[in-house]
Design a protein around this ligand. Structure first.
Ligand SMILES: Cc1cc2nc3c(=O)[nH]c(=O)nc-3n(C[C@H](O)[C@H](O)[C@H](O)COP(=O)(O)OP(=O)(O)OC[C@H]3O[C@@H](n4cnc5c(N)ncnc54)[C@H](O)[C@@H]3O)c2cc1C
Length: 378
């Protein structure tokens, strides 16, 4: 393809795991495509995650179509090796990626998609949106924040605990990111507390010698209520009554929370033990900031040097579409992977959170989207 071509059968937005996997499958199907990526390299989300991060899904269920993680990679692959794998993946399939191309909007006329990036305009029959479940940080604000003398940062800007050595740090939010950042802070000699607003399910990463993800895959044939019942039992057997630790269990089962709300349980890699032994304090919801720290709901006030907001992300997909309500649900996530019944030629890959692991799901979706594109009449 000429370097300046702007007309393709398919345009993919995003060169993370979902865009790369879809590209590899389209390559095999001999469909002409291009991947537009806003960063200057593939896998930019994984390059920017905090240093301590490992996959919490097993490597054999986390690789993308047609290329496995290397044999020597451990069961739970560390972040840097995920990045290296994504680089190797790009090279193995010789994927055509245009970096520095931030897509601003997409629109559909009678027979084509128009994709506008900061650098130019692309036209295509098919459009695959692979910009990630976690594109835009959710950054709540509180009264008094501007008077706080310490540092406030979102988890997306947290690399490691080194700058916080010896400091008192509050981590707001107990998801997988907040839970692991609390561990990282302790490992770097900080004093860490967690502000936990909502009820949360806690699951072990490993169960009887296998990853809990493998158990979820094996039991995936069961109806949702049965999977919820098993999840509840596993959580209780492994962690006991977490209300003693100041945590509340959601009324809805753990699998329903994933499927219906995209809420992943805390896959514990050591946070619960730190809470149990008193090394990490659990605090309630933040009410407001003070000059020296935070006042919590209920009135308690504590001093902090820094506050890390592990308050999650959203898809930010609304920004691309003129009328997003046709294709996105009220949470801003695609109603369907295959949206061609609403807008012809439109697909999403990587937006369905499942108990069986998102990377595995991305592989499944990439194959089926590529099949649909390759078999659509021209
Ligand atoms: C901390 C963390 C840990 C996770 N651990 C696991 C795990 O252990 N196992 C698992 O199965 N899943 C895990 N996931 C979930 C999921 O697998 C990853 O988020 C994965 O990176 C998703 O791939 P993606 O390609 O959909 O999104 P991303 O990796 O986020 O890639 C999206 C790409 O799109 C680009 N982009 C965004 N907007 C634009 C634009 N406007 N124009 C052009 N390019 C754009 C971005 O720069 C990025 O390169 C984890 C997620 C997080 C956040």
């Amino acid at each position: 393809l000429p370097d300046n071509a702007s007309e393709f059968d398919t345009v993919i937005i995003g060169a993370g795991p979902a865009g790369l996997a879809t590209g590899a499958c389209l390559r095999r199907a001999k469909v002409a495509f291009v991947i537009l990526e806003r960063a200057d390299s593939v896998g930019s989300s994984w390059r920017n995650h905090y240093a301590r991060l490992h996959l919490h899904t097993a490597k054999r269920h986390s690789s993308l179509p047609y290329l496995r993680f290397p044999k020597e990679a451990p069961q739970y692959v560390p972040r840097a090796q995920v990045v290296a794998y994504l680089e190797a993946y790009r090279a193995a399939f010789d994927l055509p990626i245009r970096t520095g191309e931030e897509v601003a909007s997409v629109s559909r006329d009678a027979d084509r998609w128009t994709i506008r990036s900061r650098a130019g305009t692309y036209r295509s029959r098919h459009l695959v949106v692979a910009t990630g479940y976690n594109r835009v940080p959710c950054r709540p604000t509180w009264p008094g924040e501007s008077a706080f003398r310490g540092r406030v940062l979102h988890s997306s800007a947290y690399a490691d605990g080194e700058p916080f050595r010896g400091q008192r740090v509050l981590v707001v939010g107990l998801g997988n990111t907040g839970g692991e950042i609390a561990i990282d802070l302790i490992e770097h000699g900080a004093v860490a507390s967690l502000s936990v607003r909502s009820p949360v399910w806690v699951m072990p990463r490993d169960l009887m010698g296998a990853s809990v993800q493998e158990t979820a895959i094996a039991l995936n044939f069961l109806p949702l209520p049965a999977k919820d019942a098993i999840g509840r039992t596993v959580s209780r057997l492994v962690f006991g009554d977490v209300s003693r630790l100041g945590l509340r269990k959601p009324a809805e089962g753990p699998m329903s929370q994933i499927v219906k709300r995209g809420r992943i349980p805390l896959i514990d890699v050591g946070t619960v033990a730190l809470i149990r032994t008193g090394k990490v304090a659990v605090e309630p919801d933040v009410e407001e900031f003070t000059a020296n720290g935070v006042r919590f709901k209920g009135g308690a006030e504590r001093p902090y040097d820094a506050v890390v907001l592990a308050t999650g992300f959203r898809s930010g997909l609304e920004a691309f579409f003129e009328d997003h309500t046709k294709v996105l649900d009220e949470r801003g996530y695609p109603k369907r992977v295959d949206a061609t019944d609403v807008l012809p030629g439109l697909y999403f890959v990587g937006f369905q959170n499942v108990p069986t692991g998102l990377l595995r799901e991305i592989g499944i979706e990439a194959r089926s989207v590529a099949r649909a594109i390759a078999s659509s009449p021209s």
